[in-house]
Design a binder for this molecule. Structure first.
Ligand code: ADE
Length: 232
């Protein structure tokens, strides 16, 4: 039987998903609240992990060890690194990598975690397709595409840094948790996908765009993930 672990970044989004759970039980661990229940017929655990890669890594390992989830979905917002991706669009991860890992001095690629034998963490192909199908079904007016998520413990709001994330890491969007969740799921052999709504252009305009967009983004991704749960 599948059990889906849903890691949200925004309170709004987690609130919506939590309110859709039936038969709920709450467990507190590492400063996070894990809400267990049934989402559209699928056993699920919904949690807000907090900001950044360490919180995200802790959260995914707890979901796997304590709650024995079989699938992991991470949702939230991200800054666009791709001129084709506009505010409000949805990006589904093809893969994810850490843009703040640098051991190039010893011959590793930028972003590569030493001794893992790979640079990027690939998302699960079936979950990617499910996410796309759910998006087309429940958010039909929203542009949705596949791409690379690059993560680091920084909010990107500077054009020079943005250009580096595009040219060196070939990222389509930047955020602060996805690669850690991907990394954690990958080393545990658990399929994952990251779904991010574009909230800003990862440049100087981020401050203005972000608050305006947050609520709509949270609603869209909650709708999408709830629909996905039916088919997991
Ligand atoms: N989340 C949303 N926008 C972001 C940005 N520009 N950088 C990092 N994380 C983000």
């Amino acid at each position: 039987m599948s059990k889906i672990g849903i890691i949200g970044a925004m309170e709004l989004e987690v609130e919506t998903l939590k309110s859709q759970l039936t038969e709920t039980k709450i467990t507190k661990k590492a400063g996070m609240e894990f809400h267990e229940g049934i989402l559209n017929g699928c056993p699920a655990v919904v949690v807000r992990c907090g900001i950044g890669k360490v919180n995200a890594a802790l959260c995914v390992q707890i979901l796997i060890d304590l709650f024995e989830v079989t699938h992991v979905v991470n949702t939230g917002v991200a800054g666009s690194l791709n001129a084709e991706l506009n505010i409000g669009d949805i990006l589904i991860s093809r893969d994810a990598l850490h843009h703040d890992m640098d051991v190039t001095i010893f011959g590793y690629q930028p972003g590569e975690v030493p001794q893992m034998g790979r640079l990027e963490f690939p998302a699960d192909a079936r979950m990617m397709e499910l996410a796309k199908a759910s998006c087309e079904k429940v958010c039909s007016d929203i542009h949705c595409s596949f791409g690379r998520v690059v993560s680091g413990d920084q909010f990107i709001s500077d054009g020079t840094i943005k250009d580096r994330l595009i040219n060196v890491y070939h990222g389509d969007c930047a955020e602060m948790e996805g690669a850690s969740i991907a990394h954690g799921a990958y080393v545990n052999g658990i399929p994952f996908v990251i779904i991010r709504a574009i909230s800003d252009k990862a440049d100087g305009s981020a401050e203005m765009d972000y608050p305006l967009f947050e609520k709509a983004a949270a609603e869209h991704s909650a709708r999408l993930v709830a629909d996905m749960a039916t088919y997991i």
